[in-house]
Design a protein. Structure first.
Length: 198
């Protein structure tokens, strides 16, 4: 009886180790690191990376305090050693694409040069709790360009376009079942003309 119990105990420890290794292996598989070098000067280096890769991102957890609201917990990721003119595909811990963007050490727009390294042309993806795409936000020249909204069937429901200089709404396209229904052209913050689709 004692031998049987000892064997069961050893087997349970062995099974636990196998399970732990599998779980750790799954966590490691979530980290995406892939690199494609440019072949000539007109191309960009391309990187596929994960936010949870500590060799690529510095992760900071912080509380944001705003007047008249509860403190909000947020996580900030800082890209370590960015590569100038490289194109990044960035994934979260659920292996969802959250951003695709080109890094520039300096950028010139409208005659003004910024020497602060950043992603000036960016496409950010946001997801619903069920994992479906919710929103795509586009930035061009470091400014808001447009926002696309999607329904639960992954169909386009709305596109909002912004003025590059003021970031005010220029127009909103409303879609029904993926087809354009109307366009709202804004004159001011809350005043617009509606143009129905044919």
């Amino acid at each position: 009886m004692k031998i049987t119990m000892a064997l069961l105990f050893i087997w349970s420890l062995f099974s636990y180790n196998i399970t732990s290794e599998k779980e750790n292996g799954n966590k490691e598989n979530i980290i995406i690191s892939k690199f494609k070098h440019k072949k000539n000067a007109s191309e960009s280096d391309i990187l596929w990376i994960s936010q949870n890769d500590s060799t690529v991102f510095k992760k900071e957890e912080m509380m944001i305090h705003r007047p008249c609201s509860n403190p909000e917990f947020t996580i900030h990721y800082e890209l370590l050693k960015p590569i100038d003119q490289a194109y990044y595909y960035i994934y979260n811990d659920k292996q969802q694409l959250i951003s695709e963007e080109k890094y520039s050490k300096e950028y010139t727009y409208d005659g003004q040069t910024s020497k602060v390294g950043n992603f000036y042309n960016e496409k950010s993806y946001y997801y619903k709790r069920n994992g479906n795409l919710k929103t795509i936000h586009y930035m061009k020249d470091g400014r808001n360009d447009k926002v696309e909204l999607y329904d639960n069937k992954k169909r386009l429901t709305e596109i909002t376009y912004f003025d590059k200089k003021s970031s005010d709404k220029e127009k909103v396209e409303i879609y029904d079942k993926g087809k354009i229904e109307e366009t709202r052209i804004y004159k001011s913050f809350d005043t617009y003309n509606t143009v129905k689709a044919n």
